[in-house]
Design a protein. Structure first.
Length: 313
């Protein structure tokens, strides 16, 4: 008979029992440490046998280095294809971060979640989530965005944070012909930021230079337009100051979302065609027109239809 270490935990009944007991304890009382003796009593094993099965589970990456925190999709529970499958194969900063990433991926490539809800899904404590969340952000694997509740200019609390799973890979800096086209593309982006009005020619030139710096660093056009709230029909008290504030929030390089890296598709987004200004929805990444690679209504062009288009992401 093969030694226990050569058998998969999926084929070991006692590993199933140990893992199940750990999962139940994480749900019932994640802050309380479960001793090996107590764990053995729950499943009917002696201390040494319990230690052997804990070591076996750890060796196969089913539990964390603390030998108490279940990881991944569990024993005999296959991960869902898509975001969860991607998350299970990512090298995270540590095993607990990997567990939190898989839990987020169970919701989707992006979504909204309270940290308390995430702790419940991951089977860990809220304190553990708060400790490992910054590690995932610094590794460029997740981006979180707070969603405040405001009424009459007052902050009345927060809704669940929005999150987006990231690939950890950044877009390369532009080179060659794409780099030469940056000044004109920067001007066109400024033209499409609807609230950027009432400025002097000098202020407009400074704004175009700031946007051009982001473009040269690989930021896609549509990502910059989203960051600048380009489609918002509203007024800014100091347009140049507000634009500078929004651009300063952006990291130096654009991190490619995980969905786009894996599926070559983005989340459904609403855009205005850069040629005819017709609004449309798409899941295609990069520079997209109302007909995908072409404009369906060039006769309504607001910029020359023959303008050079470069795929930036």
């Amino acid at each position: 008979m093969a030694p226990h270490r050569d058998i998969s935990p999926d084929d070991c009944p006692n590993c199933h029992k140990v893992y199940g007991a750990l999962e139940e304890h994480q749900t019932a009382d994640p802050e309380k440490w479960l001793t090996t003796e107590a764990l053995g009593r729950i499943i009917g094993l002696k201390k040494r046998a319990t230690q052997d099965h804990l070591a076996h589970l750890f060796a196969h990456s089913r539990i964390d280095a603390d030998r108490r925190t279940p990881l991944g999709g569990g024993i005999g529970q296959p991960l869902l294809p898509g975001a969860q499958e991607w998350a299970a194969n990512i090298v995270a900063p540590d095993p607990t971060c990997a567990k939190c990433l898989v839990a987020l991926a169970a919701i989707g490539w992006e979504g909204q979640v309270h940290m308390e809800e995430l702790a419940k899904i991951a089977g860990v404590s809220l304190r553990t989530i708060e400790r490992h969340r910054p590690h995932l952000v610094r590794a460029d694997l997740v981006a979180f965005r707070p969603v405040p509740i405001r009424e009459n200019g007052k902050n009345l609390g927060r809704r669940p944070d929005r999150f987006t799973l990231l690939s950890g890979f950044t877009t390369p800096r532009l080179e060659g012909a794409a780099l030469e086209a940056v000044p004109a593309l920067s001007e066109s982006i400024i033209d499409r930021v609807r609230w950027f009005v009432g400025v002097t020619d000098e202020e407009r030139a400074l704004a175009a230079k700031s946007v051009a710096w982001c473009l040269r660093n690989g930021w896609p056009e549509e990502a910059l337009l989203r960051a600048l709230d380009a489609t918002e029909n509203r007024q800014a008290y100091r347009p140049n100051g507000y634009l500078d504030k929004l651009l300063r929030k952006l990291p130096a390089q654009y991190v490619i979302p995980a969905r786009q890296m894996v599926t070559q598709r983005t989340a459904p987004r609403r855009l205005d065609c850069a040629i005819c200004d017709t609004p449309f929805k798409t899941t295609m990444p990069g520079h997209v027109l109302c007909g995908g690679a072409v404009c369906l209504r060039p006769e309504l062009a607001v910029i020359p239809p023959a303008a050079t288009v470069y795929k930036l992401a």
